[in-house]
Design a binder for this molecule. Structure first.
Ligand code: GRF
Length: 222
């Protein structure tokens, strides 16, 4: 008998290219998960259309319909609980989430962030890396905790910053690596090989990682 596949929910606010990379990996048979729902705070998010095209149920919650962030977030997680999701992926979900609302999901909720965390939490990461004169840039997938972009980092992809790179070029070049990084991490979770060890460590196959896994030639290495 084959093991049941991991049930995954995705939240996205934008075009959804990371969601698309997850769907492609699933369809290719390399990511043993089922996407049970895709949610957004933006009714026109491209991610919602991508989900519909892939026959994944969707929902939108408009923050304006809620008195405050906390009410929005509790309704958000009520929907996610109702979907039966076991794991939640933030793939370009551009909202800060209330710490109390997300607490039950700590350890089964990941985010992809376009910087080499702990550098450049928050927005405009590509611009900030360029302005700092960094030689390299990258993306991180981390467990989500109440601290914005501050949860333990699972894995990173690194790229060299080229002379003459502008913000758009750098973002675009990095995105192709995000599209490898996120499915690779979710695969480890689906295979039950990753754990968050409270409060801020990551274990792979039961062994604590001293540094994040690195994406090399499309594979994660220790
Ligand atoms: C990505 O750069 C991701 O790292 C960041 O938001 C962007 C989302 O892009 N959190 P997309 O919507 O997945 O194309």
């Amino acid at each position: 008998m084959t093991a049941p596949r991991l049930r995954v929910a995705v939240l996205a606010s934008g075009r959804g290219s990371n969601l698309q990379a997850l769907i492609v990996a699933r369809d290719a048979g390399v990511l043993p998960v089922d996407f049970v729902v895709v949610g957004s705070d933006k009714p026109n998010a491209g991610a919602l259309q991508l989900a519909k095209d892939a026959c994944i149920p969707t929902f939108t919650l408009n923050p304006k319909d809620f008195a405050n962030r906390r009410d929005f977030d509790f309704e958000l997680f009520r929907r996610l609980d109702a979907s039966g999701a076991q794991v939640l992926v933030l793939a370009g979900f551009m909202r800060i989430i209330d710490g109390e609302a997300l607490a039950p999901w700590v350890g089964r909720m990941i985010n992809v962030h376009p910087s080499l965390l702990p550098k450049y939490r928050g927005l405009h990461t590509h611009r900030r890396a360029l302005e700092a004169g960094d030689a390299e840039h990258g993306a991180s997938v981390h467990y989500v905790t109440a601290e914005l972009d501050g949860g333990p980092v699972i894995a990173q992809a690194r790229i060299a910053i080229q002379p003459g790179d502008d913000e758009g070029q750098l973002a675009q070049r990095l995105l192709t690596f995000e599209h490898q990084l996120l499915p690779a991490v979710l695969k480890l979770i689906a295979e039950q090989r990753l754990d968050l060890i409270a409060p801020n460590r990551v274990a792979l196959d039961g062994k604590l990682l001293d540094t994040p896994l690195q994406l090399r030639h499309g594979a994660l290495v220790d």
